[in-house]
Design a protein. Sequence first.
Lengths: 491, 529, 103
Amino acid sequence: MNALGLLLPELILLVGALLVFLLDVAYDTDRESGASYGLVSGLFLVVAFLAAFFQMSLEPQQAFMMDIDAFAAFIKMTVFAGMALVALAGGRYMNRRTYNQGEFWTFFLIVSLAMSILAGANNLVLIYITIELLSITSYMLAAFFRDELRSAEAGMKYFLYGSVASAVMLYGLSFIYGAVGSLDLREVAGFFVQPDLTEELRVAMIPATLLALAGFAFKASLAPFYQWAPDTYEGSPTPVTTYLSTASKAAAFAVMARFFVVGLSALDVEWVPILAGLSILTMTMGNLAALRQNNVKRLLAYSSVAHAGYILMGLVAVAANAASGMDGLNGVLLYLFAYLFTNVGAFVSLMAVEETTGSVEMEAFQGLIHRAPWLAGMFTLFLLSLAGIPATGGFLGKFFVFGAAVQHQYYWLVAIALVNAGIAAFYYLRIIRTMYFGSQEDAGSRLELPLGMQATLLICTLATLWIGLYPPQVLDWVNTASQQILTAVLF
Amino acid sequence: MESIVLVVMLFWPLLAALVVLLFGGSDRAVKTSSILMSLVPLALSVYLLWGYDFEAGGIQFQVRAEWIPQINASFRLGVDGLSIPLVFLTALLSTLSLYYSAGVIRHRVKEYFFLFHLLEMSMLGVFVALDYVLFYIFWEISLVPMYFLIGIWGSDNRDYAAVKFFIYTLVGSVAMLLAILAIFFATGTFDILDAAAAQPFSQQLTIASLVFWGLFLGFAFKVPSFPFHTWLPDAHTEAPTAGSVILAGVLLKLGAYGLLRIMLPTLPHAAVFWAPWLVALGAIAIVYGAFVCVAQSDLKRLIAYSSVSHMGYVVLGIGAAAAVMTPEALADLANVFSLSPEALQDSAAMAINGATLQMFNHGIITGALFFLVGILYERAHTRDLFRFGGLSARTPYYYGLMMVAAFASLGLPGLAGFWAEFFTFRGAFAIVPAWAAFGTLGIIITAVYFLYRIIQNVFLGEYDPAKIEHWTTVDGQPAEGPTDVVGFEKLTLWPLVAAMLLIGIYPTPLVEYFNQSALELLNFVSTLS
Amino acid sequence: MVPLNWYLTVAALLFALGLYGALARRNAIAVLMGIELMLNAANLNLVAFWRYGEQVMALTGQVFAILIIALAAAEAAVGLALIIAVYRDRRTVDVEELDLLQG
């Protein structure tokens, strides 16, 4: 296969984005026909998903500053699955609220494209450029309802935090370039494994790494760079929130994994404690803040910050030769994959309530079981999955991540995560309580879900249960993916 | 048949739950089909009792299939002398609870029965799973339906009780999860029996202790062992009647079962080291729980605290046996008491038998007591002890049932509770005499609160119609005064009362099952180096 | 020749100045200007490292710097558009007054 063929998923998305863009320019679309762009985007994402699935079985290779390996393919699958589900569920939501559907769906595909490239990028230039591409398009999507005060504010806050973070990251990257003389991650890795590396240089790399970390931490909403997340998540259109909290996070963790595990593998003594500290900070801050939210959208935003902390635990506990089949890196991948379906499901449930009641406050969920029993049931499953109750994907993710940490004997880290899991259960239960414990009388009218949301919820439910109950297939993917990236480290 | 019986039994309730959810029509249809479907696991559990081969012993009716090969977790089920009676207890109490609930649950019927079937599946799953992952999954799933049962159908303070129940047990089980992971990394398998055979951490007491306490935290919250019991009074008091029955009757047994199935065989060295703590916690729970009972004015809360006290016997018995879990410990202790190791081992078996028998008996006795309290509450709409009085003359049938259950609970010879207490103390006296002696205090106080508090306050004395505003019948119709138990309530209670009498007079068949597994456990640990 | 350190020092000062502006100023436009300064600090670093590095022929640093300049323009364009969108509704670009979303 030639090099261009290796970029098949990206090319599909590029063609899709251009197609939607050109159609939008060529035809004077109204609301009705504009809605079809959502469908077109969804189809392109599905095709790209299939292409990524096909890439899973390829031998690892490189093309245009990108690694085409199972790791990248798995992240792409995760991302595309998430984006396709968002398109399926959120299409109607967006189409009803804006006249500029053409723009929205073009950017939607470009965001997917950026995440796709990010999954495989192995050069700091490409990493920086795609993070920017992802960020800039996301700023626009977050502020897409520009006449709504909240949406505009969400976009602007996202923009201000984001550009500061990426500028800081860039400054950090410039020092890595200065030390290594190259921006290729493999050469960076090769430089730091040199036996004659001076102690001064190692120490000097700590601030550079910290600066670079700022950018990644921002994208993954890690403490102390998460403050944008609740505001942006709350103010953005819900479909945008959904992908920001799932697919975008997956891409951010993918690039972090590549940067730290491949690029700076030799400096792990330096960065592991930093990441461990951030992990604790992130999950604790996220959970504590989530406790006092009364807006469910904002609550889920903080919960997604907390989850970033759990995922980071996995990155802390990576070993090149894990014998047990339970290592940090495959924990991260599994967590991301399971979390994607769960959280998309949770946000789509929220979207469904928002569509009917126009509110995402806790009160809007009062007695949901009487108004929409199936929706309430599925939302409960997603919340239980987020809380890490077994038989769900969320449990398996935590199981692997905690397991990796236990294996590496980070007992204190696990102990703190344990306390956090208890706190988290508390606020997830609050939503469940609101949905179920009220009486039948004051519940309000029944809720009708559009077909797209129903389908999305069903897919997310099945996927969550599938990962939770019978995961061998997913574990195979995850293991292949993490093995390939870890062997890349060992040259 | 051999191999499939457990699978059918385990997933039948799930099927029932789905049937109720998807095809449940009228409330009546849901109730009838639920009761009928719950007979299947009950019948299969009787088949297990009948089909267990004592000659062969060990784990029987095994099922083993590949599940998650990447982490060596397999779908492995099996039962032995310890789990079969508990499976039977689960199925029996589930059927009775469903039957009783059909009479008293009037709103959100479909949800209720759906959740109840789910609950039954998870409890059965814990007792038959032989793989840690499977075990943990069922263990945790049991939280969810119970949370809803308390939260939706409970009484006034249900919200608080439900959350407290969920969070407490969740924290305990996450600690257990970490211990399970540690065992996995030490042994490379999630198989409960293989892991025990591999004896992880037998040379590293510090890590073994950490793992031990991780497991113990998980089990102790469920048992609940003093001082982890604080969720229990709230949960039991606020839960609907059938929920309390299942909570006390089965859910508490999950913890004790875990101690016996996992903790003692897998970590015998740590168990020996920490055995004094277990014994102390057990004995304190017995006395403390009993004392608190005396001070209760809420009838249901009183029964709830009596559970703390009675589960203390279980922990005491298991703790006493834990003290002789390694051959060295056995030899040392035999020296101290100048007994033969064999005699000491007999005592340990006795203590385990007492504990396991207590698990079963507490299930039927406290189950019956909660049913009885529920029956009264349905009529009087209060649980305040001091607002009753003189019921013996007005509701003689009810009085009779309550007398049997109360006397069984306080350990009157001839009824079920006696044997459990007798075995436990007989076994424990030989191993930990001081704490066992302390624990016997509990028996006396138990008699005090049952006789003085319940019998005296509720049934004897003068009946004062002014004390309770409105009596109703069980159907919610206004009534002049207390009405006696009706047909479906009698039918719910008779099997339990019969079991109390039967076990009280002739406990041998039941003890045989428990004794089989106790001996197997002691044999297993005596072969360890 | 001017030593490398001089460039790095200037870049560091520029970065510090930019970061201070981005964090301390309340006017969104001023924040944007701070961000531009930070980006330019990185550019200066990259070019200096390229010039003083061993692989001068590879042009890596220089190319990166040029790409950053292009990206900075795109970022500023979107940023200004967002600021204008907010300004139209609120008649202010003061970051402190964006308080609809908090908690």
